[in-house]
Design a binder for this molecule. Structure first.
Ligand SMILES: *Cc1c(COP(=O)(O)O)cnc(C)c1O
Length: 463
């Protein structure tokens, strides 16, 4: 507990007095005292009053009156396994993204695994991927038996750098797995050019990018397949859940069969019993109650996305002039980024050497939740070594390819290492608020910027 022994009320009282003293001492114009909580220059991390004491939008959002009717009907029907409601959700998701077909599955991770496998990616193949992603992306590649090959990022956009992708192509390369990380589109136009030139399969990881667009076309419709997640934290959620979209009917029939014990897809949706097993499969079926929750959530996705987009643009404009704060850049052809996270890079040199960790602490103390984002170990940590030591990998690759140390050396991504040192994230639910909420975020960052030297001096003594 940061506030020590004081009650919160006492704490605020004491600290705002302290804050006043500090303001007087630094000679800020007295006209600013009209709103003393706002103008106190003492950082909350040093005991001053925080910029914000209000909370943020809860997540997920659930409105009983609007959302529970269909969920209750499903529960009371006793039809809980895949049936008509899942099909309805799939039709709506395909239409929302602008793809011919959709298959709902248990989660985004298995949407990726299914897509890669049904595009015939497996043992002996290399799949090019970004190191700046959630671990599921890379685990999915390994689960197929394919070898992840890391291409470095463009730190300004936080996305995989197409030039680095091109540089990583070898005779074994079979696929590119671009991730629209944080909800900001990757450079799909360039990536598709590279894929066509080298005859590569492309699976888009859209697990953070529902409704994001390039040239008014939704991400997930550029490659052979697009994969989505509906996990609890995501901008549309069913607790757990995922989906594959594609225009390729034959591929989608295979995905359907694979997710249902290899049974023939037939009409592609609907009937789950009685049809023969025609291929190797597993079981990844979505449930009726998940689909009912998804349909409820889907109704507000567009409006929530529009709010996030508007608030993100406003916040970006407010913080972009603060020295040492470098907000994301979007590629020129991006017509919509959807902000699963709002990212910027933090440069401590512009904050009198205040470390990112100390900056994050200070920002949290001001009432602004934030995080450092991904760590830089995705292309060098032990899960890779474990996969390389597995029986299947030993059968599928020459020994040299499985030497962990040389793998790590070949897959170094220095720009990603740097990005992971500098990134700061704000979560999507914070963007569901008002302009004045965004003002609080900007005010807190500005306050910390002004007080950076003081914070550094006083918190480093604690450490
Ligand atoms: C969430 C996520 C996944 C995995 O989705 P799950 O539904 O959690 O399995 C994959 N890739 C990225 C980039 C994600 O954010």
């Amino acid at each position: 507990m940061k506030n020590g022994n004081y009650t919160r009320r006492e704490f605020i009282k004491r600290q705002s007095m302290g804050g006043l003293g500090a303001v007087l001492a630094t000679g800020v114009a007295p006209t600013l005292f009209a709103n003393s909580a706002k103008v106190s220059e003492t950082p909350a991390v040093l005991g001053g009053p925080p910029v914000r004491t209000k909370g943020w939008s809860r997540w997920p959002i659930w409105e009983p009156a609007a959302d529970e009717k269909q969920v209750l009907a499903v529960l009371r029907s006793g039809v809980w396994s895949r049936a008509a409601v899942v099909s309805e959700f799939e039709k709506k998701w395909a239409a929302t993204i602008g793809a011919k077909r959709c298959l709902a599955v248990v989660n985004g991770t298995n949407a990726l695994i299914t897509s890669l496998k049904q595009l015939d990616i497996g043992g002996g193949d290399e799949v090019i991927v970004t190191p700046y992603t959630w671990i599921a992306t890379v685990q999915a590649i390994l689960q197929t038996g394919a070898m992840p090959v890391f291409a470095d990022v463009d730190p300004e956009t936080f996305q995989i750098d197409p030039e680095q992708v091109a540089a990583k192509i070898t005779p074994r390369t079979r696929a590119i797995l671009p991730v629209h990380i944080l909800g900001l589109p990757a450079d799909m136009v360039r990536i598709m050019q590279i894929a066509r030139k080298h005859n590569l399969v492309v699976v888009e990881d859209c697990c953070q990018a529902w409704l994001a667009e390039i040239n008014h076309k939704k991400v997930g419709t550029f490659g052979n397949a697009g994969c989505f997640s509906f996990q609890n934290s995501k901008n549309i959620t069913t607790g757990e859940g995922g989906a594959i979209v594609s225009d390729d009917e034959k591929f989608m029939d295979r995905c359907y069969s694979y997710h249902n014990f290899g049974r023939q897809a037939g009409a592609a949706i609907g009937g789950v019993t009685g049809s023969p097993c025609i291929m190797l499969g597993t079981k990844l079926r979505f449930t009726e109650y998940q689909a009912a929750i998804g349909l409820a959530q889907l109704q507000r996705l567009e409006e929530q996305t529009a709010t996030r987009v508007e608030n993100a643009a406003y916040l970006r404009s407010k913080i972009k002039e603060i020295p040492g704060i470098l907000p994301y850049r979007l590629y020129d052809n991006v017509t919509r980024a959807v902000f699963h996270l709002f990212p910027f890079r933090y440069q401590k040199e512009q904050f009198q050497g205040l470390s990112r960790a100390a900056f994050l602490e200070a920002l949290k103390a001001e009432g602004i939740p934030c995080s450092e984002g991904y760590t830089s170990d995705l292309n060098k940590s032990l899960y890779l070594k474990d996969a390389f030591q597995s029986k299947n990998f030993r059968l599928m690759y020459p020994k040299e390819m499985l030497d962990f140390d040389s793998y790590v050396e070949r897959n170094r991504c220095p720009k990603n290492d740097q990005l992971c040192e500098e990134a700061v994230w704000l979560s999507q639910n914070m963007l569901l608020g008002t302009k004045s909420d965004m003002d609080d975020i900007a005010a807190a960052i500005e306050k910390i910027h002004r007080a950076a030297g003081k914070i550094r001096a006083q918190t480093s003594q604690k450490a």
